[in-house]
Ligand binder design. Structure first.
Ligand code: FES
Ligand code: FES
Length: 908
């Protein structure tokens, strides 16, 4: 142990700590400065940044032994407070710098250190600074963060008044369509928002700390589990195995489709007979400290019989492969697509035929916050589980039978989440927390380190795809043939639905009249497939939007003009035979055309034999909702202080609070309410009804409509015959109900037929055009994205800050998907860096978004969703641009430098 005196945020503190502990732990756990976040815990993300003796440091890798006695340390709490915001914090809020907000304290502290040394940086210097100091953000795409620093610096230099930086309500009082900062922005910018790990530190002392015993192999039979030695380890309270689970010990995947050969009960909570993938949980150690729990977990002995591991769809489909789930074939779901006429004769007579094979990799989500949760019995005797769930009521149904608990005795709550991007559409640790709490009767807390977070949460499922187009002499595509195999890992949840996405989105955007194809879901031993932003469409568009460029090249026509001749126009239908609800693409192409021509010209002028420049384009589409008659419910209450809106519009960090508030404020505007009088109650199944999961860009449409409905009902009740509105007191005096249940169902939708994939699954779609400008270094094979342009039609815009942020951030993930991201090698892809997360300079600062706001009939106030759109196909624009620059067509992603170099060599 060591004793040191540190000046923390200007106050001298005597500290007694272990010399090998980190400064981050001491700040957070001993001193309560939980504004300093720990993301990666290994020096790769900057979430834990503090300023020590005027130098920016990463406190998660700074041991107390290295902290000088007397050092001054500035944390986010020392920079500003909610009542006294620093200009950098205010600037972060008004520029939409915080989405999930987990990276925000680290960035703001970093920006403060920069501006202390260089009060007038240019944009390039800000980007250099963040890059050099390894500040990573997975949500924003970085541009807004640079904007925030530039404006904060102006205020700090006295060139701008802080009042001019602050958000001002427009004269008409409307926030719809504007840049109202999200309600959680102050807490995020000041480090006062408690995420799961912060809540864990603030739990009562009797809370048990959990650690998992996890499989270190990908496929095995379990012969025995010996906990005897581990039980004798210090601090151990109990070790839990499958024998302690009261229920079915399975998480149900809620099989959605007939024809699925599995029964949906394939995922154990705690493994009993088999290990199906690396990291599978075999036992839980409950102890007094996390350290003791982890030490004891290492002593649990698991006797395994190794089995062959099938780490890709082709391996698991091979004739001699054993069944991973005995009794269920590895190919457990097959789905044909049949639209229009037989394609064979059409292919034979087509003027132009192109075909190709493509592979999209297992993309990791790389949230800044690792998975975390806690559980306890509340005073009403309900097992209460807090997690990062973005599907509270869905997870409730998925885990209750496995736990063996009555549904009304189970309550789920979402903590503020430091990003999910869809991995939390799956239950991750919820059932483990529930089992531990039920088995011990004590509050429990579980936190994955970043290694566990990467290796034991779901990933985007790879698709292996074949595609063929037959076009007439003008380039109009008359026929398409497709084949796609989905590597969905060992657990079936939503795998059939994902396979349907291939039918819905391969070839989407073009009115192709005749389609034949087949998709299949394959069980493998690699990471289980979970939702990821734009679920199923990045795979689909890699095939159809690469093929479009290949067709253009074969015909010798411009890729934009080939698309212009094929995009949806009245009379065309989607691959599933649905008439699009709007026909935005022709107008969007007209908007893009001059920008595209200018970019092409610039690339041509700037290209050299060493640095070849090119421009790539593509289109992307996604539906807003769950297929078919998706629905949502909210409660709207009139209170003495205003209106309370209760919903389970879960927040990945995308801005659920801003979405709910903006919609409710617009709907309630006739009563003249100000936004601060609308209180949001969110994401607790004991306090809000089922608004459905936050996935598939459904919430703005489904819950937005439910909010509008609830607000309309309240207004109708409040309205007096003279058109004015009753006050709360008048409503009470007249005994008029104060609570209204707002509901909406997309009853106009139809599910896709499982023999043909034909149907009208979504009432509202989002449409996008993407253009990437790249520079490829022909010596190293490295691709830099130098510019990016998006033309988006997401209907009427609720909150501009939020939708801009979604698009910048989603495209950044698309650039990562194109160039660097992967989770393939279990011994390599185990950190942010190794998995290829884009840092600030990997994302261009020249990044423009243009909107076409076509109102949607079925969207509330004309709005569609947004979150999925930017990752539908933004990666394909980069891949197409590499080909434009060099002639190298990358068909197996990511486009790592060695693949580009190999392509260049092959061309020679
Ligand atoms: S760098 Fe410290 S938490 Fe990532
Ligand atoms: S806002 Fe940066 S990681 Fe979420």
């Amino acid at each position: 142990m060591i004793k040191k005196t540190l000046r923390i945020n200007g106050v001298d503190k005597v500290i007694v700590a272990r010399s090998d502990d980190t400064l981050a732990n001491v700040l957070r756990e001993q001193l309560g400065f939980t504004g300093t976040k720990v993301g990666c815990g290994e020096g790769q993300c900057g979430s834990c940044n503090v300023i020590m003796d005027q130098k920016l440091i990463r406190s998660c890798v700074t041991k107390m032994a290295k902290v000088p006695d007397g050092a001054s340390v500035v944390t986010i709490e020392g920079i500003g407070t909610p009542a006294n915001l620093h200009p950098i914090q205010l600037s972060w809020m008004v520029h939409g710098g915080s989405q999930c907000g987990f990276c925000t304290p680290g960035f703001i502290v970093s920006a403060k250190a920069l501006l202390d040394q260089n009060p007038k940086p240019d944009r390039a210097q800000v980007r250099d600074w963040f890059q050099t100091h390894r500040n990573a953000c997975r949500c924003t795409g970085y541009k807004q963060l640079v904007d925030a620093v530039m404006d904060a610096a102006k205020v700090m230099r006295g060139e701008m008044k802080i009042g001019d930086l602050a958000y001002k309500l427009p004269k008409d009082g409307q926030i719809w369509g504007g840049k109202y900062p999200r309600p959680s922005a102050v807490a995020k910018a000041t480090g006062t928002l408690d995420y799961g790990a912060d809540l864990g530190l603030k739990m009562p002392p009797e809370t048990l700390r959990l650690a998992l015993v996890q499989a270190k192999v990908s496929h095995a039979n379990i012969r025995g589990i010996d906990t005897s030695e581990a039980e004798k380890m210090p601090g151990v309270y109990k070790i839990i195995t499958h024998k302690d689970v009261k229920g079915k010990n399975r998480i149900t995947g809620l099989i959605t489709f007939p024809g699925n050969k599995g029964d949906g009960w394939d995922r154990p909570i705690l493994c009993d007979t088999k290990v199906f993938q690396f990291g599978d949980a075999i036992a839980i150690v409950c102890a007094d400290t996390e350290e003791n729990a982890r030490a004891a977990a290492d002593k649990v002995k698991v006797d395994l019989e190794a089995l062959p591991a099938y780490m890709s769809a082709p391996e698991a489909m091979a004739g001699d492969a054993m069944e991973i789930h005995p009794g269920t074939p590895n190919v457990y779901f097959e789905l044909p697509i049949v639209k229009g006429k037989d394609t064979k004769p059409l292919m034979n007579s087509a003027a132009h035929v192109v075909e190709g094979e493509y592979y999209l990799q297992r993309q990791p989500h790389l949230t800044m916050e690792p998975d975390v949760g806690l559980a306890y019995f509340d005073d009403d005797g309900r097992l209460t589980i807090h997690s990062k769930s973005i599907a509270l009521y869905l997870h409730h149904a998925m885990i209750a039978p496995g736990l063996g608990i009555e549904p009304e005795k189970l309550r789920l709550v979402q903590n503020p989440a430091g990003g999910t991007f869809g991995y939390k559409f799956s239950p991750t640790m919820e059932a483990l927390l529930g089992v531990a709490c039920m088995a011990t009767g004590r509050p429990v807390f579980l936190r994955y380190n970043y290694y566990q977070h990467i290796t034991y949460t779901g990933k985007r499922s790879p698709f292996w795809m074949k595609i063929k187009y037959g076009a007439d002499k003008h380039g109009k595509i008359m026929a398409m043939e497709t084949d796609w195999s989905v590597d969905h890992g060992p657990y079936s949840e939503f795998g059939d639905l994902l396979t349907l996405r291939g039918a819905q989105f391969i070839g989407a955007g073009y009115g192709i009249p005749n389609i034949r194809g087949k998709g299949r879901t394959v069980c493998t031993n690699h990471a289980w497939g979970s939702a990821f932003r734009a679920y199923g469409s990045p795979q689909s568009f890699l095939a159809s939007e690469s093929m479009m460029d290949e067709l253009a090249a074969k015909m010798g026509v411009d890729p934009l003009e080939l698309r212009a001749g094929n995009v949806y126009r009245p009379g065309d239908t989607t691959p599933t035979g649905q008439a699009p609800e709007v026909y935005s693409f022709p107008e969007m192409i007209d908007k893009l055309r001059p920008l595209y021509k200018a970019a092409k010209e610039k690339a041509r002028k700037e290209s050299t034999p060493e640095i070849k420049k090119g421009v790539g384009i593509c289109l992307g589409i996604y539906g807003c909702g769950l297929d078919g008659a998706d629905s949502s419910e909210v409660w709207v209450d009139l209170t003495k202080d205003g209106v309370t809106l209760a919903s389970t519009w879960e927040d990945h960090g995308q801005g659920a609070d801003a979405g709910a508030l903006g919609t409710a404020h617009k709907a309630l505007s006739p009563m003249g309410i100000t936004p601060d009088k609308i209180k949001l109650v969110m994401n607790d199944t004991a306090m809000a009804p089922n608004s459905g999961p936050s996935g598939g860009s459904r919430q703005q449409v489904m819950t937005g409509n439910a909010i509008k409905n609830g607000c309309d009902l309240l207004l109708a009740a409040m309205r007096k015959p003279n058109g004015s509105y009753r006050t709360y007191d008048e409503m009470v005096a007249e005994k008029i109900p104060l609570r209204y249940s707002g509901k909406w169902t997309a009853s106009m939708n139809t599910n896709c037929d499982l023999q043909t994939s034909q149907g009208s699954p979504f009432a509202v779609y989002m449409y996008g055009l993407f253009m990437a400008e790249v520079a490829v270094n022909t010596k190293t094979g490295k691709t830099a994205v130098e510019g990016y342009t998006v033309i988006a039609d997401i209907g009427k815009i609720n909150n501009k800050l939020v939708v801009d942020g979604q698009i910048y951030g989603g495209v950044a993930q698309g650039i990562g998907l194109a160039l660097s991201e992967d989770f393939e090698k279990l011994d390599k892809h185990t950190s942010l860096l190794a998995c290829g997360i884009p840092y600030p300079k990997d994302i261009p600062d020249k990044f423009d978004i243009h909107y076409v706001e076509t109102p949607r009939e079925h969207g509330p106030f004309g709005a569609a969703g947004v979150g999925e759109l930017p990752l539908t196909s933004s990666h394909v624009a980069v891949i197409n641009a590499i080909c434009d620059a060099t002639g190298v067509r990358i068909r197996h992603l990511p486009a790592l430098p060695e693949k580009v170099l190999a392509g260049l060599k092959a061309l020679k």
